[in-house]
Design a protein around this ligand. Structure first.
Ligand SMILES: Cc1ncc(C[n+]2csc(CCOP(=O)(O)OP(=O)(O)O)c2C)c(N)n1
Ligand SMILES: [Mg+2]
Length: 279
C-alpha cells in the first residue's frame, strides 16, 4: 500500500522513527552495506584508470584536443594530482563548468559541511566568493576553491578585496583551458563545432592578476608542478595567512554536457541565409 505524506520532512521522519521498532531495517543490512562498499571500490578503481574524455560517435573534439596539446594535463590527470594533495579536513568549493563537473567525482569526505557547490542554481562565479566565505567562518581549516577560467572571471574582482588587512588566506585553483568549456561542449555535439563566443583571451595571466592584487600567484603546467604548487599554497594559507591563486594549464578536453537530455540539433525551418542577418 502507498501512503502520501505531506509535512515537514524532519518532523515526519522523527515521527516515523518513533513508530518503528529498534530492529526495523536490519533485514539485509549487511548485504546492502557490502554492496555499497563494493560499488564504491569499483568506481574508485575506474576513476583511477580514466585519463581522457570520450567523443560521441561522429564527433572528434576530444581526440583533436589531446593531439593539439599532448604536453598539457587532461582534466582527470589534474584532478587525480589534486586529490593526492588535498588535506583530509579541507573545505572545498566547486564552480559551474566542465572541469569542475568532471572534478566533482574525485573528492571524498569523512565529515559533513566540507563541500560547497551551487547545485541546480548553477551560477558561474560561485567558486571564489564561496570559499572566501568558508574561510571567514573557519579560520583554522584549510580551504581550497575551484573554478574554470571563464567562471572565475565573473567574480575575480574579489581578488582586489580578499587580501586587505588581516583577512584570512585562501587557496584558489583556476583551470586554464582558454575556453568557456561547458558551452563549447554543447556546440561540439549539436552544432558541428560552429563555436560562437566560447574562446577566452589567451593573453590573460591569472596568476599575475593575483600578484597585481598583492597576493601570491603561480602558474603550473605539469603534474609535479601542480602537486608541489598546491601543497605549498595550502601550507602558506595555514602557516603564513597567504592567499594564493594556482593557475592550472590544461588541454581543452571536454566531458559530459550538463543537459544532454535538454539539447537537440537545430532544425532548419526556412531557407535563411547568413546574409539575412546583416544590415
Ligand atoms: C552566471 C552564469 N552565466 C553563464 C552560465 C552558463 N555556463 C555554464 S558553464 C559555462 C562555461 C564555464 O566555463 P569555465 O568556467 O571556463 O569552465 P570550463 O567549462 O572551461 O571548465 C557557462 C558560460 C552560468 N551557468 N552562469
Ligand atoms: Mg574554461
Amino acid at each position: 500500500m502507498d501512503v502520501g505524506i505531506q509535512g515537514d520532512a524532519g518532523l515526519v521522519a522523527q515521527d516515523l522513527l518513533a513508530q518503528l521498532s529498534d530492529t526495523a531495517g536490519q533485514e539485509g543490512r549487511e548485504a546492502r552495506l557490502a554492496l555499497v562498499s563494493e560499488r564504491q571500490q569499483a568506481w574508485a578503481q575506474e576513476l583511477e584508470q580514466m585519463d581522457h574524455e570520450n567523443d560521441d560517435p561522429g564527433t572528434t573534439w576530444n581526440q583533436r584536443a589531446i593531439a593539439a596539446n599532448p604536453e598539457h594535463m587532461s582534466p582527470r590527470i589534474a584532478w587525480r594530482a589534486i586529490r593526492r594533495v588535498m588535506p583530509e579536513n579541507a573545505i572545498m568549493s566547486s564552480d559551474v563548468g566542465n572541469n569542475c563537473a568532471i572534478g566533482n567525482a574525485y573528492p571524498s569526505f569523512n565529515e559533513p559541511r566540507k563541500y560547497l557547490a551551487p547545485g541546480l542554481f548553477g551560477p558561474c562565479g560561485y567558486g571564489f566568493p564561496s570559499i572566501l566565505g568558508a574561510k571567514v567562518g573557519n579560520h583554522d581549516v584549510p580551504v581550497v576553491g575551484f573554478a574554470g577560467d571563464g567562471a572565475f572571471g565573473i567574480t575575480m574582482n574579489e581578488l582586489t578585496a580578499c587580501g586587505r588587512g588581516d583577512r584570512p588566506g585562501v587557496t584558489m585553483v583556476v583551470f586554464r583551458n582558454y575556453q568557456w568549456g561547458a558551452e563549447k561542449r554543447n556546440t561540439t555535439l549539436w552544432y558541428q563545432d560552429n563555436f560562437v563566443g566560447t574562446e577566452l583571451n589567451k593573453g590573460v595571466e591569472y596568476a599575475k592578476l593575483a600578484e597585481a592584487c598583492g597576493l601570491k600567484g603561480i602558474k603550473v603546467e605539469t603534474v609535479e608542478q601542480l602537486e608541489e604548487g598546491l601543497a605549498a599554497a595550502i601550507e602558506g594559507q595555514m602557516q603564513r595567512n597567504e592567499t594564493t591563486l594556482v593557475e592550472v594549464v590544461l588541454n581543452q578536453e571536454l566531458g559530459e554536457p550538463f543537459r544532454r537530455d535538454a539539447m537537440k540539433a537545430p532544425v532548419e525551418v526556412a531557407g535563411i541565409q547568413a546574409s539575412d542577418m546583416c544590415d
